[in-house]
Design a protein. Structure first.
Length: 295
């Protein structure tokens, strides 16, 4: 089952924002927000925090699955509004946020959307200072029996981590688990390393899971959640084979990218900003090409 409406998922898990600006609030004695969407989503997320916490200053943590613009975009805005907010991310993500070129890319991708949104307040991405680096095996104890376990799930990016709540059997993995398209098929997202991405999916598939918080589009529950990572693995191998076949037919990188853009983006299967889609697709095609060259 796919839950696509915001609100309470369990007494500890709340779906905030919307299907594009998607974040999850985890409530214990302390409260944590998983991811932060794009910069334009900051005011909506802040409004939801006021609704579900009563006071936005009761948010203690913003935990980031990775450093991409659509997951860390409104973190600076939230930090400006909630001065006591602490940011948690992987050690690699912390390094990314200290790289001026990476920060400028995150800023510019968010700025593209800010120009179109015509917002009344400043939501600009201004950089992130990580307060706590999160390693695989770390556990955050929020109190009231709520624990968040940190899992290393690289492959989508080098800095990707996932968060697992054993009490609810809920996992929040962003694109490390792939991304369902408009037809319900899972689009792979192996931008940094295909072998690491597959290894991460295999480990995620062995978790007891009742809920999978998607990168965008809602939260998967029940039988669909239990089979989600196995289906994502199948889709990844199928997509790898599809790219491999195009190369073996004599297409070069640019031709492969153009063919796949027509099949997936131009056909309407994928709903994503064009610039971000093309950057991701080019990275995945490059990954498969490198594996073929190494054979």
């Amino acid at each position: 089952m796919l839950i696509s409406s915001t609100g309470e998922i369990t007494p500890r898990i709340f779906f905030l924002g919307n299907l594009v600006q998607q974040v999850f609030l985890i409530r214990g004695r302390e409260n944590a927000l998983i991811d932060a969407g794009m910069s334009i989503g900051g005011p909506l997320i802040l409004s939801d925090l006021k609704q579900y916490l009563g006071d936005e200053n009761l948010l203690h943590w913003n935990l980031l699955t990775h450093s991409h613009f659509d997951h860390a975009g409104s973190t600076p805005y939230l930090k400006r509004k909630i001065p006591g907010l602490k940011i948690g991310a992987s050690p690699v993500a912390s390094q990314v946020f200290q790289n001026p070129r990476a920060v400028e890319l995150i800023r510019s991708l968010n700025h593209d959307l800010e120009l179109a949104a015509h917002l009344d307040e400043n939501v600009a991405f201004t950089g992130i200072e990580v307060d706590r680096t999160l390693q695989a095996g770390d556990t955050l104890d929020l109190g009231k029996g709520v624990e968040i376990q940190v899992l290393a799930t690289p492959g989508h990016t080098r800095c990707s981590i996932s968060f697992y709540l054993p009490g609810d059997q809920a996992v929040f993995c962003a694109e490390a688990g792939g991304m369902p398209d408009r037809d319900g098929d899972i689009m792979p997202e192996f931008l940094a390393s295909l072998p690491d991405y597959i290894d991460s999916l295999e480990r995620l598939s062995r978790l007891p899971v009742q809920y999978v918080g998607l990168a965008h589009g809602g939260i998967v529950t029940g039988d669909e959640a239990r089979s989600y990572f196995s289906r994502s693995l199948d889709s990844t191998r199928s997509f790898q084979n599809e790219i491999t076949d195009l190369f073996r037919k004599g297409q070069e990188n640019r031709e492969v990218v153009r063919t796949l853009k027509e099949r997936y983006y131009d056909s309407g299967k994928i709903s994503q900003p064009y610039r971000a889609f093309m950057l991701n697709l080019e990275a995945m095609v490059k990954q498969v090409k490198e594996i073929l060259n190494a054979e």
